[in-house]
Design a protein. Structure first.
Length: 365
């Protein structure tokens, strides 16, 4: 028996280019008791994480199928050739693939879907009828937050027990809270909906007042690709024009990011769209960083009362809170300690919860 995980085509299950979905899968795999039975199907990459578990698929062109459809078809083809009596299939963030996978697999299968984004905005789960169809074919639907679960259940009254919350997990590498430098960071894609322009405008307001502090933007418009578009070029120009203490760094791998996070004192998460989960917030808390965040989507669920949540976020509100915690060092240290102490998204715990669900499916008649 195998647990077969299907990644979206755009995901790069790579040491240097992994984004949030790939990192979540890798983190769960690291601690899973089913590690030897797990296979991850994804777009072929040169430097995959967990080489023994990853099956890279070269996606040949097919005008009848999308890249994701072609990927899922080849996974089904691979599984069918083995003629195993029983398989668990875990589909990440592509609800529209469920029907074809359900039909293409020959033998007994248990299908699950992981939702990392708002289902109301995704092909295959937008309508109530779409979501009812998913519930008729899936054993589990894992939602990364209560926010996503509530969105999925709009208009749904049956099979509620199939829909569960399973937060994304983060691996805490430090055994003790790291020492902090006077550094304020933004981490995320350089796009309008992430509110990075609000961060830049807030730093403009405080830059000259706090000359012993440094400021960093870490990210790029597209995950894993350090190519700037017009918006991100403007962000870089505006930000770095403040002076040498303001630097914009491109996309970096998780190891380098963890080093920056271990040093940082404060992170600003100024999202203006409904964040499905807020992995950056969880990563920040695992490093004992004081969090200033918008209250959009699933972020309040992650930050709770361990950081500063801002309703109707704007640059002036961000600047006000930054000034407050920079000037009040005891308050800053209190927020850092709360982040560190109350971090509750450890990958080991999350992986164990997922394995419990998998075990139920293995034992199900």
């Amino acid at each position: 028996m195998f647990i077969n995980i299907l990644l979206p085509y755009k995901e790069k299950f790579s040491i240097n280019k992994a984004s949030s979905v790939s990192l979540t899968v890798a983190n769960n795999l690291e601690f899973s008791k089913y590690k030897k039975q797990i296979r991850i199907f994804g777009h072929n990459v040169e430097d995959p994480m967990y080489k023994n578990n990853f099956i890279g698929i070269h996606n040949s062109w097919n005008f009848l199928k999308s890249k994701n459809e072609n990927l899922s078809y080849k996974m089904c083809e691979f599984i069918n050739k083995e003629n195993q009596k029983f398989q668990i299939i875990e589909i990440h963030n592509r609800p529209y693939l469920v029907n074809s996978i359900y039909l293409n697999l020959k033998n007994k299968k248990r299908l699950s879907l992981f939702l990392h984004n708002d289902p109301i905005e995704m092909k295959g789960s937008k309508t109530i009828e779409d979501r009812r169809n998913l519930l008729s074919k899936l054993e589990r639907i894992y939602c990364v937050s209560e926010f996503i679960k509530k969105r999925f259940l709009i208009g749904i009254t049956d099979h509620l027990n199939k829909v569960v919350v399973l937060h994304n997990g983060v691996v805490r590498r430090q055994k003790t809270m790291p020492k902090k430098q006077k550094q304020i960071i933004y981490v995320g894609r350089i796009v309008k909906e992430k509110g990075v322009d609000l961060f830049v405008d807030a730093i403009k307001e405080i830059y000259e007042d706090f000359k012993d502090w440094n400021f960093k933007i870490i990210g790029s418009p597209k995950l894993g690709i350090n190519k700037l578009d017009n918006f991100s070029l403007k962000i870089k120009k505006d930000f770095e024009s403040l002076g040498e203490r303001a630097k914009m760094i491109g996309f970096i791998n998780s190891k380098k990011l963890n080093k920056i996070m271990s040093d940082a004192s404060v992170i600003v998460i100024p999202s203006v769209w409904n964040e499905p989960f807020g992995l950056v917030a969880a990563e920040a808390m695992s490093n004992g960083i004081a969090v200033i965040s918008s209250s959009s989507g699933g972020l309040p669920e992650i930050v709770q009362d361990n950081g500063i949540l801002i309703n109707n976020i704007n640059s002036k509100k961000i600047a006000k809170q930054l000034k407050k915690i920079i000037l009040d060092t005891s308050f800053l240290k209190e927020l850092q300690k709360k982040s560190w102490k109350n971090f509750s998204f450890d990958s080991k715990t999350i992986s164990s919860k997922l394995d419990d669900h998998r075990q139920e499916l293995f034992l199900k008649d």
